[in-house]
Design a protein around this ligand. Structure first.
Ligand SMILES: *Cc1c(COP(=O)(O)O)cnc(C)c1O
Length: 396
């Protein structure tokens, strides 16, 4: 693998995705790693068993299949180590449990993925951790919220559903002055379009359920840490008895091979639909970081290498009382866009956005917000489908 690392060092993204984490010579020449299903690993003698001095010791501590995926992710993230967990949500909660103790204070962005907030307001609260939500655009101004017991600062950019951008470098620098750990949910961008660890983040979190899996058939979370934070995370993972599944690791590694080309397609189609919606008479506003009209656009342009397929828009309406019936009429009329949670698969999805949980970043108030995931279908067909939605709203 050493030669390969050197070979891939200066290579382009798609070349790296095609070869990362693969070691055919180690598996009789087969291109892909085997799916190793394992609990027991045998030792040759008691002495080796006593020292644990062999590469694999037990199924929960990793297998050639999970290692292949972790190797690929470490390279993509620039990380010292990666945990594989059973869902994206677990990839948020495990680092929180690793670094937060009773009496600690944590700062969490207000535009956070809603189940992350639910974990903070239930489990962390019960543990005696105080969680304070902050304005996504706060930047270095977060210094005013830092307390002597602030132990963790959590970012997510773009924000869930409303896509607020964050100045990751500025926030990380302030957090580190206080000695706080910086975690970031980077699911939207994937490591191809943003590498959190290069911008001062300590722990990069992904719902691999989304683009890495890519086919709406796997749940997985990944946590990639820098050198300073890796051993504590790994220890927590072992203490809690968590581990990655063999088949799912194999499939996510397979998903990575095509993630670059899929993302390019998602990016192009989503942007073209976002621009079309922006000029649509029935749309009040489009929330997409790559549109120059978007408030966080300058930060996106400065820090990100691309945009993926998820964004939102605000339906035009005159009366607040109209919000729910309009959103429902629009969504119920769609045929190609499925109505369902999650995203990152090949098929397009649309959901109504509920911002009732927000405390600071309240989001648009001029109309109902609809979130779209633009899949791999042809753009013209998707536009025709969205027109069905606008027609249904007009017919109300
Ligand atoms: C979907 C998602 C998660 C959770 O992933 P699951 O695998 O569905 O638990 C976490 N964060 C963000 C930003 C997500 O979009």
């Amino acid at each position: 693998m050493t030669d390969k690392h050197a070979l891939l060092d200066g290579a382009g993204t798609d070349t790296r995705l095609a070869h990362l984490g693969s070691d055919p010579a180690g598996f009789h020449g087969f291109v892909n790693p085997p799916i190793v299903r394992a609990s027991t690993v045998l030792f040759p003698d008691c002495e080796t068993m006593a020292t644990g001095n062999q590469k694999y010791t037990y199924g929960t501590h990793g297998t050639p299949t999970t290692d292949a995926l972790c190797d690929a992710l470490n390279e993509l993230e620039g990380a010292a180590g990666t945990l594989i967990l059973s869902s994206g949500l677990a990839a948020v909660t495990v680092p929180f449990l690793t670094f937060l103790s009773p009496g600690d204070h944590a700062l969490v962005v207000d535009s956070v993925y809603w189940p992350t907030r639910r974990f903070c307001n239930t489990v962390l609260k019960r543990m005696g951790v105080t969680v304070e939500y902050y304005e996504p655009a706060i930047g270095a101004g977060i210094a005013a919220l830092i307390k002597p017991n602030t132990r963790l600062v959590h970012l997510e950019a773009p924000g869930s559903n409303t896509m607020e951008m964050q100045d990751v470098g500025a926030i990380s620098a302030v957090a580190h002055q206080q000695g706080a750990v910086v975690t970031m949910d980077n699911t939207w961008a994937t490591p191809l379009y943003f590498r959190p660890l290069d911008h001062g983040v300590d722990i990069s979190i992904h719902a691999a359920t989304k683009y890495p899996a890519g086919h709406s058939d796997i749940l997985m979370g990944t946590v990639s840490a820098n050198e300073a934070h890796w051993s504590a995370l790994e220890e927590m993972n072992t203490n809690m008895g968590l581990c990655g599944a063999a088949e799912d690791s194999y499939l996510v590694l397979r998903g990575l091979r095509t993630m670059g080309v899929r993302l390019e397609h998602h990016q192009k189609s989503a942007l073209s639909i976002a621009r079309w919606l922006e000029s649509h008479e029935d749309v009040a506003r489009v929330l997409h970081p790559a549109l120059p009209s978007f408030p966080g656009h300058a930060i996106w342009k400065r820090d990100f290498k691309g945009s993926s397929g998820v964004f939102s828009f605000v339906l035009k309406t005159d009366k607040p009382a109209d919000f729910t019936p309009r959103a429902h009429a629009f969504l119920n009329a769609l045929r190609l866009f499925g109505l369902g949670y999650s995203w990152g698969g090949y098929e397009s999805l649309a959901v109504p956005v509920n911002l009732a949980d927000r405390t600071i970043a309240k989001g648009p108030t001029e109309g109902p917000v609809i979130r779209l995931q633009i899949g791999l279908e042809n753009v013209e067909d998707l536009q025709r489908d969205l027109e069905r939605g606008f027609a249904a709203v007009k017919a109300l």
